[in-house]
Design a protein around this ligand. Structure first.
Ligand code: 0A1
Ligand code: ZN
Length: 865
C-alpha cells in the first residue's frame, strides 16, 4: 500500500471522458530561436482565436519555463497574466489576439531529452507527447493545429546546419560568426510534430519522384564519418515512399524530407513533419557493425516514421487517448511493408514472437490497459506494446474481416474525410464501417477492453456421418479496473486436415467467434481431422486446444500455412517444456522428431527453418504458468536443448556447414543462411561437444559481418572457455569507439545464463563506458538484464535491487526512461513467495523515495496494487 504521504502527493489522473474542445485555437505561430547550448532564447508569437463563446482565459502550458516578457497585442500588461503551476494564464477580452512571450532555456542542462536538448554537440528537439511546453508557452495538446514559421539563429561554425519543418524560405550570414535560417511549414500541425535541429552534420542526399511527378529532395543527416552507413536507410525511405503510393494511394506532400540521426534519444524515432529525428541505431547500418536484425529494424523504423506522414501527421490524434489511432495503424502499415520486402512468413513469426514477449505479459499484469486507455497520470507511460502492437493486431483483424479492397476503401475514406484534422479511434472505425458496409458495433470492444482473450477449441469427429464438430468458447480475463468483460468478436482463420491424406477439407475458412460460444459443423470429413486454428495469427488471442503431440507434429510437417506450421511446433515444444517443469521430466521424442523433420526438409528455406526450430524463450514458457519457477524452466529448457543438440548432432553440423557463405550478401537467402547457421551453432554448443567453443571462436574471428560475429559471441557468452574471454576482449578492443556496437558488448554479457552473470552486470555498471545519460547504453545493460529471466530472478534478489537502484538513479535525470524500466518488477504476483516479497520490497522502496517523477510514480504505484 502507498503511505499517506505519497498518496496525498499523488499527481492528478487525466481521464478520456473529460475531453473538452480547446477554449482557444492558435492558427498561426512564429518562433524565433537564438540558439546556444547553455542559454537559448525563444520568442514565440501566437495568433490566438477564441473557440466558441465563453469567457475562459487562455492557458499556455509551460514546464520549467520562466517568462522573461509577455506582451498582448504588442502591449506589456502585467495585470493580464499570471502563472498557475508551470502554466501561463492570460485573461483576454476579444475574439483574436497576438501573444508574444520570451523565455530562456538551457539545452545542455536538459537530461530528460524532452524539449530542446543537446546530444553529442548538436541541438535537437523531441516534442511528443508534451515536450513543446519545455520549449515555449503554448497550449500543448494535439487538437490545436497551427501553421509554423520558424527562424533559427546560431553560431555558424558549431552549427552549420539549421533545420526545421516545412520549406526553407530564407537563410544567410549574420554578424559575430552567426547565421540564420527561416523555415515555413504550410501544413497546420500540432505542437508534438514541431522539430528543429542545429548541428554540424553531413547529408546523404537523394531524390524521389512522386506518383504525380513532384521531385522530393531526401536527406539523411549524420556525422561525416557515418555517411557510408546511411545507404540502407535511404533505400528503405525510397521503398517506403513508393509502397505508400502503391498500397494506400498516399503521396508525399513537401519539397524535402529530412532524417537526422542523434545518439541520445528516448525512443526509436520521431515523425516530426518533414524532419524525422532518429535514434542513430535506426539509421546507421553496415555489415561490419549491424546485424541482419539491425538492418531490418532500420528499414522498419524508417518506413514507420515515413508512413506517419499520413497516419499521424495529415490526420492526427484529437487527444492522447487516441494514440493507437496513429500508432496501431502505422505499425500495421510498417509490418506489411516489411513483409512485402522480405519473407512474409518469417516477418509474421517475428512480429507474433515480439507481441508475446512484450504485449501478452503487459496485458496480464498490473499495467494492463486497453489499446485506447481510459485514464493516465503520465501519457509517456502509454507508448506501450499494447497501444502499438496490439493496436496493430486490431487493425489487422479489420483487414482480415473486411478483405483488402474494402479495407482500402475504408482507409481512403478515413484519409479524405479527416485530412488536416485531429481525429479519434471512433472516426477510424466509422470510416471502415461506412466504406465496407460491415457492422463493427461489437468490434469496438477491442478498443475498450484490455486483456488477452482465451479461446478453447474442441474438435470431435463422427466417422459414420463424416461430420466434424468444432466448439469454440472464449473468455476474457479480468484486468485492473475491468473485472467483467463482454465476449469479443474474434476472427479465426481455420482449416481441417485429414490425418492420412494430409489434405485440407474444403480449404481455409474465416470463422467469426462473436459470442461466448460457437458450434461449427463440417460436413464431408471422411477421416479423422486435425485442427489448424488462428492461422497467420488472425487474432491476438491464446488458443487452448487438446491437440496431441502427434497432431501438433503432424501440423508442423504438413500445414500449408507457414505460420501455423511454426505455431504447431512452438505448441509442441511448449507442452513438452511445461510438462517437464511440472513433472521434472518429459518425453523429448516428439519434439526431436519434429525438429529433425523440419531441419532436413528440402522444401523449406533456411530463414523459416531458423525460426521454426527455436525453442520458446524462458520468459514465454513462464507466461504459461501460474507461478513461474525460473530455475526449473531454465533447467527444463536446457535439458531439451542439450538433447536436441546431441541427438541431432550431425544434422546441426550439416546445417551449419551448408549455411556457410563465401562472401557477404544482403539477399533474403543469405540472411536466412546466416540465421540458420547461428541457430545450428547454438544447438551444437548445447550438445557440450568440446570442439564447439573453438568453432564458435573461429566463426567470430573469420566473420565479415556483425550477424556472424555477434552470433558467435552470444553463443560463447554462456560457457566457461578461454575462447569466450578472448572473444569479449577482442570485441571490446575492436569496437570501443563505436557506441552502437559497444551496446551489443554490454547486452551480450547481460544476457548470458552463466551463474556469474549478476556479478558481471554489477561490475559493468561501473565500467567507464557505462552511463545513465544515454538511453541506448542504459537499456543495453539494464534492459537486457531484466529480459534475462534466469538471472534477473536470481534467488539472492540482487537483480531486483539492481533494477530498483537504476530506476531511482535514472529518475533524477530522465523520468521517461526510468519509468520504462519498472514493468519487470511489476510482475511479482507470478513468482514464488520469496521472490514476491523481494520484488514488492523494491517497489515499495522506490515509491517511498521523495521527489519521484510522476512517470515512475504511476508505474510503481500501479504495480503495487
Ligand atoms: N511517435 C514515435 C514515438 C515516440 C514517442 C515519444 C518520443 O519521445 C519521448 C519519441 C518517439 C513513433 O511512433 O515512432
Ligand atoms: Zn509511431
Amino acid at each position: 500500500m502507498l503511505d499517506a504521504q505519497s498518496a496525498t502527493a499523488a499527481p492528478p489522473v487525466i481521464r478520456r471522458e473529460e475531453y473538452r474542445a480547446p477554449d482557444w485555437l492558435v492558427p498561426e505561430v512564429e518562433l524565433d530561436f537564438a540558439l546556444d547550448p547553455a542559454a537559448t532564447r525563444v520568442t514565440a508569437r501566437l495568433h490566438v482565436t477564441r473557440n466558441g463563446t465563453h469567457h475562459r482565459p487562455l492557458r499556455l502550458n509551460g514546464d520549467g519555463l520562466t517568462a522573461l516578457s509577455v506582451t498582448i497585442d504588442g502591449a506589456d500588461d502585467d495585470e493580464a497574466w499570471r502563472m498557475a503551476g508551470g502554466d501561463l494564464m492570460i485573461d483576454l477580452t476579444g475574439a483574436t489576439h497576438v501573444i508574444e512571450t520570451v523565455v530562456e532555456i538551457s539545452p545542455q542542462a536538459n537530461t530528460q531529452l524532452m524539449g530542446l536538448y543537446a546530444s553529442t554537440g548538436m541541438l535537437c528537439t523531441q516534442c511528443e507527447p508534451e515536450g513543446f511546453r519545455r520549449i515555449t508557452f503554448f497550449p500543448d495538446r494535439p487538437d490545436i493545429l497551427s501553421r509554423y514559421a520558424v527562424r533559427l539563429e546560431a553560431n555558424k561554425v558549431r552549427f552549420p546546419v539549421l533545420l526545421s519543418n516545412g520549406d526553407l524560405e530564407e537563410s544567410g550570414d549574420l554578424e559575430g560568426g552567426r547565421h540564420f535560417a527561416r523555415w515555413v511549414d504550410p501544413f497546420p500541425k500540432p505542437t508534438y510534430l514541431f522539430a528543429l535541429v542545429a548541428a554540424d552534420l553531413k547529408a546523404n542526399v537523394d531524390h524521389f519522384a512522386t506518383m504525380s511527378g513532384r521531385e522530393v529532395k531526401l536527406a539523411i543527416w549524420v556525422a561525416e564519418a557515418d555517411l557510408p552507413k546511411t545507404g540502407h536507410a535511404m533505400a528503405a525511405l525510397k521503398a517506403s515512399m513508393a509502397w505508400d503510393e502503391k498500397v494506400y494511394g498516399r503521396e508525399y506532400d513537401l519539397g524535402e524530407f529530412n532524417i537526422v540521426a542523434v545518439a541520445d534519444f528516448n525512443f526509436g524515432a520521431m515523425e516530426n513533419k518533414s524532419l524525422n529525428i532518429f535514434n542513430s541505431r535506426y539509421v546507421l547500418a553496415d555489415p561490419e557493425t549491424a546485424t541482419d536484425a539491425d538492418f531490418d529494424a532500420v528499414a522498419g523504423v524508417v518506413a514507420h516514421e515515413y508512413f506517419h506522414n499520413w497516419s499521424g501527421n495529415r490526420v492526427t490524434c484529437r487527444d492522447w487517448f487516441q494514440l493507437s489511432l496513429k500508432e496501431g495503424f502505422t505499425v500495421f502499415r510498417d509490418q506489411a511493408f516489411s513483409a512485402d520486402q522480405g519473407s512474409p512468413a518469417v516477418k509474421r513469426i517475428e512480429d507474433v514472437r515480439g507481441l508475446r514477449a512484450a504485449q501478452f505479459p503487459e496485458d496480464s499484469g498490473p499495467l494492463a490497459h486497453p489499446i485506447r486507455p481510459e485514464s493516465y497520470i503520465e501519457i509517456s507511460n502509454f507508448y506501450t506494446a499494447t497501444v502499438y502492437n496490439k493496436g496493430a493486431e486490431v487493425i489487422r483483424m479489420l483487414h482480415t474481416m473486411l478483405g483488402p479492397q474494402r479495407f482500402r476503401a475504408g482507409t481512403d475514406l478515413y484519409f479524405t474525410r479527416h485530412d488536416g484534422t485531429a481525429a479519434t479511434c471512433e472516426d477510424f472505425v466509422l470510416a471502415m464501417e461506412e466504406a465496407s458496409g460491415v457492422d463493427l458495433s461489437r468490434f469496438r470492444l477491442w478498443y475498450s477492453q484490455a486483456g488477452t482473450p482465451r479461446v478453447k477449441a474442441t474438435l470431435t469427429h463422427e466417422a459414420a456421418s463424416g461430420r466434424a464438430h468444432l466448439t469454440l468458447e472464449q473468455s476474457v480475463p479480468a484486468t485492473p479496473g475491468q473485472p467483467d468483460k463482454a465476449p469479443m468478436p474474434i476472427p479465426l482463420r481455420l482449416d481441417l486436415f485429414g490425418e492420412k491424406t494430409q489434405r485440407s477439407f474444403g480449404g481455409e475458412r474465416l470463422v467469426m467467434l462473436e459470442d461466448e460460444r460457437l458450434d461449427v459443423t463440417f460436413e464431408g470429413v471422411g477421416e479423422r481431422p486435425v485442427l489448424s486454428i488462428n492461422r497467420g495469427f488472425s487474432a491476438p488471442v491464446i488458443i487452448e486446444s487438446d491437440r496431441s503431440a502427434a497432431d501438433l507434429a503432424f501440423l508442423s510437417a504438413h500445414d500449408d500455412d507457414p505460420f501455423a506450421r511454426y505455431e504447431a511446433m512452438q505448441q509442441l515444444m511448449l507442452d513438452t517444456l511445461v510438462g517437464s517443469v511440472a513433472n521434472g521430466k518429459a518425453d523429448h521424442g516428439p519434439v526431436i522428431e519434429a525438429v529433425q523433420r523440419t531441419l532436413t526438409d528440402p522444401m523449406l528455406d533456411s530463414a523459416f527453418i531458423g525460426e521454426a526450430v527455436l525453442l520458446p524463450s524462458e520468459g514465454f514458457i513462464g507466461d504459461q504458468m501460474l507461478i513461474v519457477d525460473p530455475q526449473a524452466i531454465h533447467q527444463a529448457r536446457e535439458a531439451l536443448r542439450r538433447d536436441l543438440g546431441t541427438t541431432l548432432a550431425d544434422a546441426w553440423r550439416d546445417a551449419y556447414d551448408r549455411s556457410r557463405a563465401n562472401r557477404f550478401e544482403q539477399t533474403p537467402q543469405a540472411k536466412g543462411a546466416r540465421r540458420l547457421r547461428n541457430v545450428s551453432l547454438g544447438f551444437m554448443m548445447a550438445s557440450k561437444a568440446t570442439d564447439v567453443p573453438g568453432i564458435a571462436k573461429a566463426q567470430f574471428d573469420a566473420a565479415d559481418n556483425m550477424t556472424d560475429r555477434q552470433g558467435a559471441l552470444g553463443i560463447l557468452s554462456n560457457v566457461y572457455a578461454p575462447e569466450r574471454d578472448a572473444a569479449f576482449s577482442d570485441f571490446y578492443a575492436r569496437y570501443r569507439d563505436n557506441g552502437l556496437v559497444l551496446d551489443k558488448w554490454f547486452t551480450t554479457q547481460a544476457l548470458s545464463v552463466r551463474p556469474d552473470t549478476m556479478d558481471q552486470v554489477i561490475d559493468l555498471a561501473d565500467h567507464p563506458d557505462f552511463t545513465l545519460n544515454n538511453p541506448n547504453r542504459l537499456r543495453s545493460l539494464v534492459g537486457a538484464l531484466s529480459a534475462n529471466q534466469l538471472v534477473f530472478h536470481d534467488p539472492s534478489g540482487r537483480g531486483y535491487r539492481f533494477l530498483a537502484d537504476m530506476v531511482l538513479a535514472v529518475d533524477k535525470l530522465n523520468p521517461q526512461t526510468a519509468a520504462k524500466l519498472v514493468p519487470p518488477l511489476g510482475r511479482w504476483r507470478r513468482f514464488g513467495e520469496a521472490a514476491q516479497t523481494a520484488m514488492r520490497a523494491e517497489l515499495e522502496r522506490i515509491v517511498a523515495t521523495p521527489g519521484l517523477s510522476k512517470d515512475v510514480f504511476e508505474q510503481v504505484s500501479k504495480s503495487l496494487v
